[in-house]
Design a protein around this ligand. Structure first.
Ligand SMILES: [Zn+2]
Ligand SMILES: [Zn+2]
Length: 135
């Protein structure tokens, strides 16, 4: 089965060669701002497994902090993925997938920035910073 996704307006479309299995939930302040939400659900994917099939002209990067680029649709603003310079993985935004796959939560990370109303009520590992070793 082909795994596909895209932005809210449909200008950006992509496909994945492998079904993702794990997701990290990052509660840092930058992710809260970038998503307009409590945290980001990001899926590490080898960059070679991601193919942009439509809308390259709409894919824009923003760098809030130098080594990391956050890619989003310049038409509708949907976040698509982020990437650290020199890293082999991209971090796909889970909500951009067309059909939500059965992902396992690998860890909650950067929990020191968590909003007071963002209660974590599960038993998955929690890390105050980046210690989880995510790709
Ligand atoms: Zn869009
Ligand atoms: Zn974050």
């Amino acid at each position: 089965m082909e795994i596909t996704g895209g932005c809210l307006c449909g200008k950006i479309r992509y496909s994945l060669t492998h079904a993702p299995t794990e997701v990290f939930l990052c509660h840092c302040r930058q992710c809260q701002k970038a998503q307009g939400s409590a945290y980001v659900a990001s899926i590490p994917i080898p960059a070679g497994d991601f193919e942009l099939t439509q809308g390259a002209a709409y894919l824009q990067a923003y760098r809030a902090s130098p080594p990391k680029a956050r890619y989003f649709c310049r038409e509708c603003g949907s976040p698509i993925y982020s990437r650290l310079d020199g890293k082999p993985a991209i971090r796909l935004r889970a909500g951009s997938l067309d059909v939500p796959p059965p992902l396992k939560i690998k860890a909650h990370i950067h929990t020191v920035g968590r909003a007071p109303w963002d209660e974590i009520n599960d038993d998955y590992p929690q890390f105050p910073g980046e210690e989880s070793g995510r790709p």
